[in-house]
Design a protein around this ligand. Structure first.
Ligand SMILES: NC(=O)c1ccc[n+]([C@@H]2O[C@H](COP(=O)([O-])OP(=O)(O)OC[C@H]3O[C@@H](n4cnc5c(N)ncnc54)[C@H](OP(=O)(O)O)[C@@H]3O)[C@@H](O)[C@H]2O)c1
Length: 309
């Protein structure tokens, strides 16, 4: 498994992260199988959020399964996210909510500390001074080792940075061959004839690279927000043709090629996979050993429905 170092954050972490959003549907034995399979394939980074499953069910299931894996807490990096409160229909970055969310995550996960805590989607009513106070409390108490964000544009990160003392080391954003807006806008810069040129994120990719913020790509196989996968999807014939050709050449699955496309980018991103199927997880992890060429990368990009301007 390819490993990366997160600047000012966890070192020697896997380029592929196992996302746990879909874990509430599993039994504890199945959860253990997912965790152990991912670990055996070289994944040492697991992503959670307080909002994954009712009452944080993903974190609970993870903790129920973890003792069955034979792994120790220090073997893995555990990340959670807070601020997205579906139960209350609001986003909440108040100091009170950040602190109580971390306590809830630690209790559910049955651990003493989070390696990384991300603020999930932006709470437009947030007060950055309150966030700074919350981060100080969490750092001093040892409950959180590193901090980051998810789905934030550069100016939102800049505003936070004005108040928060700890480095923000991660920005978790959507990126897949289908949802490639993070990359499109710069390529189509200024082009009035296509929506691909619309700047939807304030140049988040370049900003993160300039500021040593590691990008974590969520839903790397999904269409739209959660429209199912494009793998073997008849609506994506050309993409599947090229994925299939490269998969055959590299002797891996199409899903592995789609993940290798993200890992090929020089920004050294991590890809967060969401499969709960151990066979799929094994197949995808082979992506870390695939070296796509410059030409392969563009061939996949074009097959996903874009063109060169
Ligand atoms: N920060 C955010 O706002 C945000 C938002 C969404 C997600 N996330 C994070 O990103 C993680 C991944 O999201 P995701 O689950 O949408 O990612 P994904 O890896 O793009 O999609 C996984 C889904 O695709 C299915 N799938 C179908 N064919 C597959 C194949 N051949 N190989 C692999 N999977 C296949 C999986 O089913 P099987 O289980 O049957 O394999 C699973 O339901 C989440 O767990 C979460 O940690 C973050």
């Amino acid at each position: 498994m390819k490993k990366i170092n997160i600047m000012n954050g966890p070192q020697n972490v896997s380029a592929i992260i196992q996302g746990c959003m879909r874990m509430p549907a599993l039994t504890k034995e199945e959860a253990a199988k997912v965790i152990r399979t991912a670990y055996d394939e070289g994944v040492n980074f697991f992503d959670h959020a307080t909002c994954y499953g009712e009452n944080g069910a993903a974190e609970t299931r993870f903790a129920e399964g973890f003792p069955l894996t034979g792994l120790k807490r220090e073997d893995i990096v555990i990340q959670s996210k807070c601020g997205l409160c579906f139960d209350r229909n609001e986003f909440d970055w108040t100091k009170e909510n950040i602190l109580s969310s971390v306590d809830d995550s630690l209790r559910r996960l049955n651990i003493e500390y989070l390696d990384t805590l991300l603020l999930h989607r932006p709470d437009v009513l947030y007060d950055p001074e309150e966030v700074a106070e919350a981060f100080d409390v969490l750092e001093k108490s040892g409950k959180v080792r590193c901090f980051g964000v998810s789905n934030l544009v550069p100016m939102q990160i800049e505003l936070l940075k004005k108040y928060v003392r700890q480095p923000l080391v991660i920005n978790q954003v959507q990126l897949s061959l289908d949802q490639s807006q993070l990359i499109d806008q710069a390529l189509y810069m200024n082009n009035k004839t296509t929506e691909f040129s619309i700047n939807r994120d304030g140049n988040a990719l370049d900003y993160c690279r300039l500021n040593d913020i590691t990008i974590q790509a969520w839903s790397p196989l999904q269409v739209g927000m959660f429209g199912g996968t494009f793998i073997d999807n008849p609506d994506y014939p050309e993409l599947n043709r090229v994925l299939g050709e490269l998969a055959e050449r590299e002797n891996v699955s199409k899903a592995a090629i789609a993940i290798a496309w993200i890992l090929r980018h020089p920004a050294k991103m991590q890809a967060i996979i969401g499969s709960m199927n151990p066979e799929h997880i094994k197949e995808i992890c082979a992506a870390a050993d695939v070296e796509l060429s410059h030409h392969d990368w563009y061939a996949l990009y074009l097959a996903s429905g874009k063109y060169l301007p």
